[in-house]
Design a protein around this ligand. Structure first.
Ligand SMILES: Cc1ncc(COP(=O)(O)O)c(C=O)c1O
Length: 450
C-alpha cells in the first residue's frame, strides 16, 4: 500500500443515500448501482473513496489528468478565476485568458496550425472540425466536397457527426442513420501480424492505401475530409502501424482532401510529444483536442486549424460573422485559467518529454504481464498500454469488467476497459515506483479474475 494511502480522512457523509436519479454515461448502471464504485477525492496519482481508501489512477481519470490530480497550481488558478470573472460571452466578446490559451495551444502544434476554436468537449471538437471542413469547401468554390471519411473502430465522441465518422458498432447502431455520405477506412489491427508489438507495429502501413479505392468510388471532388485518431484509444489502443499516417497524408494531399487528426487522447503529451502529429512528422489540416488541455480540471475542447483554412474565412464585410458556429461556454474563463496553469506545469515539469523518456521503462514493465492468465495481446505506445484478454464464451466484455470492478474494489487500481481490452494511461507524473505498483496490482488482478 502506498504511503499516500491515508492522505484522505474517512468521510462517510459523502456517500449518497440514493443512487437512482443519476443515469450514468457509458456505464452498466444496474451493476454499478448494485455495487457502486464511488470516488470522493483525488491527489497526484491517487483517487480516494469516501471511506479514504487510495486507488492508483491507471487511467488519468479518462485519459484527461495528464498533470496528476488536484495540482495546487491548477486549483489556485480556478479559484482565482472564479472570484475574478465567472463567465464572459464568447460571441462578439472575449476575455484575455482565452487569447492567451489559444496562443499557447497553437504554439505547441506543428506547422501552420495557428488558430484555435474552443469547444467544451472532444465530441464538440470533432463536430466543429467536420463543420469547418464542410464550410471551408463551401466558401472555396468546391461545395461538392461533402463526404467525410472515418475509420472502423474509430472513436470521435458521441455527437451525430462523431458517431457517423466513428467506427464503433455499438456507438452507431442504436441511433438511426446519422450523417449521409460517410465512408470508412478499414481499421489497422491484425493480431496475427501485430501481437505483442511495442510502439508502432511493423505490419500495416499499407492499410492507408485503402483510401485510394474509396476515393476512386466516390471521386475526390465529393470528399471533404478524412478523420482518424493517430492512435485509436477508446476502441482498445491501436497504435498506428509504421508509415501509415504518413501515407494517409500523402494520399490526401494527392487528392486535395483535408486530413483531421483527432488528438483528444493523444494531445498534450500522451505519446511523448505535445501532439502525435509531431511524433509522426505529419502536419494534418486540423487537430481536435480536449481532456489534457487543462488536465481534465474543467470541461474544454477545441480545434486547431491551419492558417490557410482559417484565412479563407476572413473575407467579406468586417462586421460580418465568418463562421456560424460556437458554444455558449466556448473558452469558459474557468477552463482557460485551468488550461494556462496546466500548460505551465507541462512546460515547467517537462511532462511531455518525461513521457517520452519513460516510454521504454513503461513498456518493459507492462510486458512482464505477458503470460498472465487469459492475456492474448499487449500493446504499448507512449504512456499507454493495452492488455487484451481472451473473451469468455458468449460474454464479450465480462472478463475485463471483472478486472475493472475488482481492480477498483479489492486491489486499489483504476483502469479503463473496452470490450475485453484493459487500457492503461496513467498521469504523466507517474514515478518509476508507481509504474511498479501499477504493474504489480495489475498482475494481481489478472491472476484473481476468472
Ligand atoms: C479520440 C476521441 N475523440 C473524441 C472524444 C470525445 O470526447 P468527449 O467525451 O469529451 O466528448 C474522445 C473521448 O474519449 C476521444 O477519445
Amino acid at each position: 500500500m502506498s504511503s499516500a494511502a491515508n492522505l484522505r480522512p474517512a468521510n462517510d457523509s459523502q456517500v449518497p443515500n440514493d443512487l437512482a436519479a443519476w443515469w450514468l454515461p457509458f456505464t452498466a448502471n444496474r451493476a454499478f448501482k448494485a455495487r457502486p464504485r464511488l470516488i470522493a477525492g483525488a491527489k497526484g496519482m491517487y483517487y480516494y473513496t469516501p471511506d479514504g481508501r487510495a486507488v492508483l489512477d491507471g487511467a488519468a481519470g479518462l485519459w484527461c489528468c495528464n498533470a496528476g490530480h488536484n495540482r495546487d497550481e491548477v486549483v489556485a488558478a480556478i479559484q482565482a478565476q472564479a472570484a475574478e470573472l465567472d463567465f464572459a460571452p464568447a460571441f462578439q466578446f472575449g476575455h484575455p485568458k482565452a487569447f492567451a490559451l489559444a496562443s499557447r495551444v497553437a504554439a505547441l502544434a506543428p506547422g501552420d496550425l495557428d488558430h484555435v476554436f474552443f469547444t467544451n468537449s472532444g465530441s464538440e471538437a470533432v463536430d466543429t472540425a467536420l463543420k469547418i471542413a464542410l464550410a471551408y469547401w463551401n466558401i472555396s468554390g468546391q461545395g461538392g466536397r461533402t463526404r467525410l471519411i472515418g475509420r472502423e473502430r474509430g472513436y470521435h465522441g458521441v455527437g451525430f457527426g462523431g458517431i457517423s465518422v466513428g467506427g464503433i458498432v455499438n456507438n452507431r447502431k442504436f441511433f438511426g442513420n446519422a450523417l449521409a455520405g460517410v465512408d470508412h477506412l478499414p481499421h489497422t489491427y491484425n493480431r496475427a501480424e501485430q501481437a505483442y508489438s511495442r510502439g508502432e507495429p511493423e505490419w500495416g502501413g499499407h492499410l492507408a492505401d485503402a483510401l485510394e479505392p474509396i476515393i476512386a468510388l466516390h471521386d475526390a471532388s465529393t470528399i471533404a475530409a478524412v478523420i482518424v485518431e493517430p492512435m485509436s484509444g477508446s476502441t482498445g489502443v491501436l497504435p498506428p502501424p509504421k508509415g501509415y499516417l504518413q501515407r494517409l497524408r500523402q494520399i490526401c494531399d494527392r487528392h486535395g482532401i483535408l486530413l483531421i487528426f483527432d488528438e483528444v487522447i493523444t494531445g498534450f503529451g500522451r505519446l511523448g510529444f505535445p501532439f502525435a502529429a509531431e511524433r509522426y512528422g505529419v502536419v494534418p489540416d486540423m487537430i481536435t483536442f480536449a481532456k489534457g488541455v487543462n488536465s481534465g480540471a474543467v470541461p474544454m475542447g477545441g480545434v486547431i486549424v491551419r492558417k490557410g483554412i482559417h484565412d479563407a474565412f476572413m473575407k467579406g464585410p468586417e462586421w460580418g460573422i465568418e463562421l456560424f458556429h460556437g458554444y455558449t461556454y466556448s473558452a469558459h474563463p474557468l477552463a482557460c485559467a485551468a488550461g494556462l496553469a496546466a500548460q505551465d506545469l507541462y512546460r515547467d515539469e517537462r511532462l511531455f518529454e518525461r513521457a517520452r523518456e519513460l516510454e521504454g521503462a513503461w513498456a518493459d514493465a507492462i510486458f512482464t504481464l505477458k503470460g498472465a492468465p487469459n492475456v492474448i495481446d499487449i500493446r504499448t505506445i507512449g504512456l499507454v498500454a493495452a492488455i487484451e484478454l481472451a473473451s469468455k464464451p458468449g460474454a464479450v466484455g465480462a472478463r475485463a469488467y471483472e478486472a475493472m470492478e475488482r481492480g477498483f474494489n479489492e486491489f486499489g487500481l483504476m483502469m479503463r476497459i473496452a470490450g475485453d481490452t484493459i487500457a492503461l494511461s496513467p498521469p504523466l507524473v507517474i514515478s518509476q515506483d508507481e509504474i511498479g505498483e501499477l504493474v504489480e496490482k495489475m498482475g494481481k488482478v489478472l491472476r484473481a479474475i476468472g
